[in-house]
Design a protein around this ligand. Structure first.
Ligand SMILES: [Zn+2]
Length: 79
């Protein structure tokens, strides 16, 4: 009597293309009242000013090109 008990342990070959991407660049959350978030540094300010953007080595125009034409630069700028 031959009992062929072949236990195939061919374990999954998954988990080889686990692509992990950390994309946590979401703004507009819990903005303090009367404040606007600088999307470059993530800090909140009363307004995104040119001098502030200069600390990031950009101009307001570049800021808008980067983050959107309609990006508000001050809290009451929202359309
Ligand atoms: Zn900033």
């Amino acid at each position: 009597m031959i009992i062929e008990e072949e236990i195939d342990t061919e374990d999954t070959r998954e988990a080889e293309n686990a692509v992990e991407e950390d994309e946590e660049t979401e703004a507009d959350e819990d903005a303090p009242e009367g404040m606007i978030q600088c999307l470059v540094c993530g800090e909140y300010y009363q307004a995104i000013t040119e001098p502030h953007l200069q600390t990031h080595d950009m101009t307001i125009q570049e800021y808008r090109e980067e983050y959107g034409e309609d990006m508000p630069l001050r809290p009451d700028d929202k359309a």
